[in-house]
Design a protein around this ligand. Structure first.
Ligand code: 0RA
Length: 650
C-alpha cells in the first residue's frame, strides 16, 4: 500500500503561499495562542504521518530560549532531490507551496493527520524564520527560510535564503525544523509548555508506540510520552483516581479497506458517560457518525447478550443505550480518508460511511469479545450497571419532566427566589447566580432590572460529580437554576429556549467562593455542556481591592495588578481589601461587577475536553489523594492561575 520510493515529482502542487498572511484565519483559525500552537502542530503532524507509516519512532519538541520551537523526527527525511518541473528541492517545495506534501498523494501515506492538512508551508509563512535540516543518504542538508518586509513595505513570507545545500555527512536519518512564530502575526504570545504537554500526551496515546520527548529550554522542564498500550492506556489515564469496575479496558482494533478503527472501553462506579472520539488524531468534540455507529453497535450487541444470557426476561423491554453507558469511558480512534467535519466548531464527523463501517466492525468485534467465556465476568458487571441505570431512569424521567413543566405550581415556587428580568429578549438578558443572600440582596438592588436577573444561592449547591441524576435533580438550588434557564438538561437540552444568554457566576474571592464556582461549573459541565460550548457561561470577577484617597479611587481585580495601582495612586493612599461580595453596597457591586461597561467577565470555554474531564473528575470526585496530587501538580480553580490561564477574559 505504501509506495516506498517517493521523490520530489510526487509532490502535488496546488497553490501559492501569499494567501496565508493575508487571511491567517482561513488556515489556522486564529492568530491567538491557539493559532500559534497550531503552526507547531502542523510540523508535528507531518512527523507523525511519517512515523505512523512505519518510518522512525521518535519526535523531539524543544522550546528554545529565543521563542522558537524545534521539532525533530527520525523518519526518512523530506525528499531532497530536485522537483522535475519546479526546479527546486523537494524540501523547498514542501515549505513554500500551500497544499504541497506527500500526504496529498494517498499512495504515499495511507492516512494523514492535521487539522487543515495545509502543512508545513503555513508554518513557514507565519514564521520570522524557519530552518530545516534533513538527514538522509548519509548526508546532512540545510535550507533556511525567512519573512521580511521590503523597502516598499511589502512583506514576503517564507522565502528561501539560499537553495538547499549539502552541509556535511551524518549517520542519522530524519528531519529537524526550527521556526520562530512571527510576532507581527502573533504579538508576544509564548508557547505554553502545559498545553503542548497535553496534546503531545494525547498524540502518544493515539499512536501506539510513538515516542515524544518535550523540553523547555527556558525552564529546563522535560517530559517523555510513550504508551505501548495506546488508547487502552489512555482510557486508564482518563479514569485515574476513580474506582474502576474491572481492571483491564475492553479493547479492539479492526480494519477495512482504508479504514482503521480502535476502541477502548472502561467502566467506573460513577454515573456519567464519557466518549472521547478522534479522527486522524483530531478530537471530534461534537461527536458524529463514528460515535453514532459505535453506540448503535454497542447497544445492540449488549441487548443480544442480555437476552441470550437471561439478564433480560422475556417480557422485559430492552435496555436503552444510555443504560449500558452509565459510568463508561470510551476512547474511539478512527483513521480514514476524505474526512468531512461539520458542526458549530467543525469538530463533528459528517461522513455517512463512517457510521456503517464503525457499526459493522464494532458489532463484529464486540460480539466476539462477549462470546468469549473469559469475558463473562466483565459482561456481568456491565449488565449489573445497566440494570441499576434502567431503574433510576424512570425516577429521573419524572424529575426531568418537573423541571420542564414551566407553568406548574411547583415550578412557580422554585423560581420564587429569582428576581427575573423584565425584557423578553433573551439575547440581551443575563442571569447572575450569586453566592449568599446578602450579596444577592445587594445585587438585586444594584441590577438593571430590564435585562439582569438575580438568583441568590443559599449555602453550597450539590456536587453533581458525586451524585446520580435523580439526586442532582432533587436538589432545590439546581432545580431553580434549570427552571430559570428553561432549556432542560442532558441530551434533551434545547438552547433555542434559553431565557438568559449570559449566565454569570458571582462568588466571593476566597476558597469557599472558589468551591461554589467549581460546583456550579461541574454541574454545567456534566449536565448542560452545550451551554458552555455555545459561550453562555461566564465568571464574574469582583474586585479584590480598592486603592483610594481623596478624589481618587481605583478597583483592583488581581494581586498581580495591585503594585501598579498603588503606584498610580501615589503617596498617602488607602487600601481596602474585599473579603466577600457582601461587603460591597449595591452601588459598588453595580459599578465593579455588574455594569456591562465596567465589569470584568471571564468566558468559560472548554479548549481541551480530555483535560477538562480529568480536572473536573479529579477535583470534584472522591479520591482525596488524587485530588491533592492534582492540585499540587496543576493549577486549581482559583482565578489567579486556572482561570487566567485557561479562560478568556472578556
Ligand atoms: C514524503 C516522502 C518521504 C519523506 C517524507 C514525505 C517526510 C516528510 C516529513 C515531514 C516531517 N518529517 C518528515 N519526514 C519525512 C521519503 C521519500 C524517500 O523515500 O526518500
Amino acid at each position: 500500500m505504501t509506495k516506498k520510493n517517493y521523490d520530489a515529482k510526487d509532490i502535488v502542487v496546488l497553490e501559492g503561499l501569499d494567501a496565508v498572511r493575508l487571511r491567517p484565519g482561513m488556515y489556522i483559525g486564529t492568530t491567538g495562542s491557539k493559532g500559534m500552537h497550531h503552526i507547531l502542530w502542523e510540523i508535528v503532524d507531518n512527523a507523525i504521518d511519517e512515523i505512523s507509516n512505519g518510518f522512525g519512532d521518535t519526535i523531539t519538541i524543544t522550546l528554545n530560549k529565543d521563542g522558537s520551537a524545534t521539532v525533530e523526527d527520525n523518519g526518512r527525511g523530506i525528499p531532497v532531490d530536485q522537483h522535475p518541473t519546479l526546479h527546486k528541492s523537494g524540501v523547498e517545495v514542501v515549505y513554500t507551496t500551500l497544499h504541497a506534501g506527500g500526504k496529498f498523494n494517498t499512495e504515499n501515506y495511507k492516512f494523514s493527520g492535521g487539522l487543515h492538512g495545509v502543512g508545513a508551508s503555513v508554518t513557514n509563512a507565519l514564521s520570522k524564520f524557519c530552518n530545516v535540516t534533513v538527514y538522509k543518504n548519509g548526508k546532512e542538508y540545510f535550507i533556511g527560510f525567512h519573512s521580511y518586509t521590503d523597502e516598499n513595505g511589502k512583506t514576503h513570507s517564507g522565502v528561501p535564503v539560499e537553495p538547499l545545500k549539502m552541509v556535511g555527512k551524518t549517520n542519522k536519518s530524519g528531519t529537524k525544523v526550527t521556526f520562530l512564530p512571527d510576532s507581527e502575526m502573533f504579538g508576544n504570545i509564548k508557547f505554553n509548555f502545559e498545553t503542548i504537554c497535553n496534546r503531545a500526551r494525547e498524540l502518544a496515546f493515539l499512536n501506539k508506540g510513538l515516542k515524544i520527548a518535550l523540553k523547555d529550554d527556558n525552564t529546563d522542564r522535560e517530559e517523555f510520552f510513550h504508551y505501548e498500550g495506546g488508547i487502552s492506556d489512555y482510557a486508564e489515564y482518563l479514569v485515574e483516581g476513580k474506582s474502576k469496575l474491572f481492571s483491564k479496558p475492553i479493547y479492539f482494533h479492526a480494519e477495512d479497506k482504508n479504514f482503521d478503527l480502535e476502541v477502548a472501553i472502561i467502566y467506573t462506579d460513577s454515573y456519567t458517560e464519557n466518549c472521547f472520539s478522534f479522527v486522524n488524531n483530531i478530537p471530534t468534540v461534537e461527536g458524529g457518525t463514528h460515535e453514532t455507529g459505535f453506540k448503535t453497535a454497542y447497544t445492540k450487541v449488549l441487548n443480544d447478550y442480555a437476552r441470550s444470557n437471561n439478564f433480560l426476561k422475556e417480557k422485559e423491554a430492552n435496555f436503552l443505550g444510555e443504560d449500558f453507558r452509565e459510568g463508561i469511558t470510551v476512547v474511539l480512534n478512527v483513521k480514514m480518508n476524505n474526512v468531512q467535519f461539520e458542526g458549530q466548531t467543525k469538530t463533528k464527523l459528517g461522513n455517512p460511511e463512517a457510521k456503517t463501517l464503525v457499526e459493522n466492525l464494532s458489532a463484529q468485534e464486540l460480539a466476539l469479545i462477549f462470546a468469549n467465556k473469559k469475558n463473562s465476568g466483565v459482561a456481568e458487571i456491565i449488565m449489573g450497571k445497566a440494570k441499576g441505570a434502567a431503574k433510576v431512569r424512570e425516577a429521573a424521567k419524572k424529575a426531568k419532566e418537573l423541571t420542564r413543566a414551566k407553568n406548574s405550581a411547583e415550578n412557580f415556587n422554585l423560581v420564587g427566589k429569582l428576581a427575573a428580568a423584565t425584557s423578553r429578549k433573551s439575547e440581551e438578558c443575563e442571569l447572575f447566580i450569586v453566592e449568599g443572600d446578602s450579596a444577592g440582596g445587594s445585587a438585586k438592588q444594584g441590577r438593571n432590572r430590564k435585562f439582569q436577573a438575580i438568583l441568590p444561592l443559599r449555602g453550597k449547591p450539590l456536587n453533581a460529580e458525586k451524585k446520580r441524576i435523580d439526586q442532582v435533580l432533587a436538589n432545590e438550588e439546581i432545580r431553580t437554576i434549570i427552571s430559570a434557564l428553561n432549556t432542560g438538561i442532558g441530551e434533551d437540552i434545547d438552547l433555542s429556549s434559553l431565557r438568559y444568554h449570559k449566565v454569570i457566576i458571582l462568588s466571593d474571592a476566597d476558597q469557599d467562593g472558589a468551591h461554589i464556582r467549581a460546583i456550579l461549573l461541574t454541574f454545567f459541565f456534566r449536565y448542560m455542556r452545550e451551554l458552555i460550548n455555545a459561550g453562555h457561561v461566564y465568571i464574574g470577577l469582583p474586585p479584590l481591592y480598592k486603592v483610594y484617597k481623596k478624589d481618587y479611587e481605583e478597583y483592583v481585580y488581581s494581586d498581580a495588578e495591585l503594585p501598579d495601582a498603588i503606584a498610580r495612586a501615589g503617596r498617602g493612599y488607602n487600601l481596602q481589601r474585599y473579603k466577600g461580595l457582601g461587603e460591597m453596597n449595591p452601588d459598588q457591586l453595580k459599578d465593579t461587577t455588574m455594569d456591562p461597561a465596567k465589569r470584568n467577565l471571564i468566558q468559560v470555554t472548554i479548549e481541551d475536553a480530555a483535560a477538562a474531564e480529568k480536572m473536573v473528575s479529579t477535583l470534584m470526585g472522591d479520591d482525596i489523594e488524587a485530588r491533592k496530587r492534582y492540585i499540587n501538580e496543576h493549577a486549581n480553580f482559583d482565578r489567579e492561575d486556572y482561570f487566567m490561564k485557561n479562560y478568556k477574559r472578556v
